[in-house]
Design a protein around this ligand. Structure first.
Ligand code: PA5
Length: 490
């Protein structure tokens, strides 16, 4: 199986100069931190209960037992055989991985052409926004008798998902009657959350309703595609084991102690140098592939929520127990590169102008695909483009973009995928997850929580009158209202 390669040439001073690129000295200075990061991460990964407590259990997902995987694959086929459409409801980590898989691993225009779908149902994603337009259209157009609803929420509390689920349930119930729950599939925490409680109450009424798949403990939303995304893969007919095989093989590479043998560690340390020493605070991920654009969107959440942190990490080691990580409120760090997703060649006519001539504050990661599943040769004679294949032109455009960036001393690197397959896509996701984990170590922040997301949720809960909201949160909102001076609204 040919492996993903990583081309870091243009990250170095030899390509883009010492002011903007990584020098030998930079590497020497960070090597102690990099070794400590690798050592610390492998130490905490070695303890099963430690992994769960620190939300690092996602590292074990590539090794899931084959029986569980076969069971999900079979359930997916049953759903696919029974329904014409499947409506997935979820947001953030409960959506982005599925959408990335849909676009990368299913043929483009999947929903439009039955011959491409090979008897699989049409796939829709909702519950990822509170914009009423899209769900309204869908619920008016889909046939509820022929639609399965898969609701995904780890916490079981997320407003966007909950609202869409309430709408979808009422819609199903109206058309199908009391047995509507047999068309509902639920992926949520095995014990906690209001969705879990609701599932239990519904199953008491009808044991065949609300078929549910539990999420594993210690797997955070954005790190959970190889857990909560598996049913989707099975429904669209992707061989789950191939995805996991790719992730498992990448896991082996990404746990090596030496950066030159560990692409995730090398990626993390080069980016950390460029971020902290050369002021490259923007991270642009630019696959040269239309179908990998959603994978770049998935990465935006992974990087932003994992590393965009106000406080440094506090590590406690209580006697006889493993490590505990929390926020160190005495250490405000406000760290984290800002991720941006783009795609070539489309965005060469857009963000690329700024990449080349705007502030030199970014690092661009390309994803280059060597072989496409389908290709086109441009017909005719005599034109510059005649006889050229699309993949040839795309590769040239990517090379040209690298060249242009190097001319302007803009650091960049490339991840080279032999092909976009279930195997290579699984490996790609796992690579990014490990790279983020190493970056978290290097920056000394907890990459596995997302306290910043709570602010808007609490405000909404307060305004909606949710019972049980902590007193200090309610007081903070009450005492700090949003000020809208009408003079500034013109
Ligand atoms: O990474 C995370 O944990 C979050 O981004 C969640 O995925 C997101 O908030 C959705 O949460 P839930 O799955 O609980 O509905």
């Amino acid at each position: 199986m040919s492996q993903i390669k990583f081309d870091f040439n243009n990250m170095f001073s030899s390509a883009v100069g010492a002011r903007h690129g990584v020098t030998r000295g930079d590497i020497d200075r960070i090597s102690g931190r990099a070794a400590a990061a690798q050592e610390h991460l492998s130490k905490v990964l070695a303890g099963p209960s430690q992994r769960i407590a620190l939300a690092l259990e996602w590292t074990q997902l590539p090794l899931q037992d084959k029986k569980t995987v076969a069971g999900i694959q079979a359930l997916g086929s049953q759903i696919a055989n029974k329904f014409d459409a499947v409506l997935f409801l979820g947001i953030g980590g409960s959506y982005l991985g599925l959408k990335a898989a849909q676009d990368a691993l299913c043929p483009p225009y999947f929903n439009e052409f039955p011959s491409l779908r090979k008897k699989k149902p049409r796939i829709y994603f909702e519950g990822n926004n509170l914009d009423p337009e899209t769900l309204s259209v869908l619920l008016r157009r889909l046939n509820p008798r022929k639609t399965a609803v898969v609701v995904i929420s780890k916490s079981g509390e997320t407003s966007e998902t909950k609202a869409a689920f309430m709408m979808a349930q009422a819609w199903l119930k109206k058309a199908v009657g009391s047995r509507f729950g047999r068309q509902v599939f639920v992926i949520t925490d095995p014990d906690s959350g209001s969705l879990r409680k609701y599932v239990q109450s519904q199953q008491k009424k009808d044991a065949l309703s609300f078929c549910d798949l539990p999420l594993l403990k210690g797997v955070g939303g954005r790190f959970s595609e190889f857990n909560m995304g598996l049913l989707h893969l099975a429904i669209v007919g992707v061989e789950i084991q191939r995805v996991l095989d790719g992730a498992r093989d990448m896991a082996k590479r990404c746990t090596a102690s030496q950066p030159m043998e560990n692409p995730a560690l090398l990626y993390a340390l080069l980016h950390t140098i460029l971020y902290q020493k050369k002021a490259k605070a923007l991270a642009i991920l630019m696959p040269f592939s239309e179908t990998l654009k959603s994978t770049a969107d998935w990465y935006v959440q992974l990087l932003a929520e994992s590393l965009g942190k106000k406080y440094g990490r506090k590590i406690e080691r209580p006697a006889g127990a493993g490590e505990r990580w929390s926020q160190d409120y005495s250490r405000v760090v406000n760290l984290g590169r800002t991720p941006i997703s783009a795609r070539g060649t489309n965005d060469l006519h857009s963000i690329q102008q700024n990449n080349i001539e705007g502030e030199n504050n970014k690092v661009i990661t390309f994803i280059r695909v060597k072989k496409f599943g389908r290709d086109l040769r441009i017909p005719g004679k005599g034109d510059l483009l005649s006889g050229k294949s699309y993949s040839q032109l795309l590769a040239l455009a990517q090379e040209a973009t690298e060249w242009a960036l190097v001319q302007e001393s803009r650091p960049n690197c490339a991840i080279i995928l032999p092909e976009v397959t279930a195997y290579s896509w699984g490996a790609l996701l796992f690579f990014f997850e490990m790279a983020v984990a190493y970056e978290g170590e290097l920056l000394d922040v907890n990459a596995f929580d997302q306290p910043g997301v709570e602010g808007y949720k609490n405000y909404m809960y307060y305004k909606l009158g949710k019972p049980g909201l902590a007193k200090e949160i309610a007081e903070k909102i009450r005492n700090n209202p949003l000020v809208k001076d009408q003079r500034w609204i013109i």
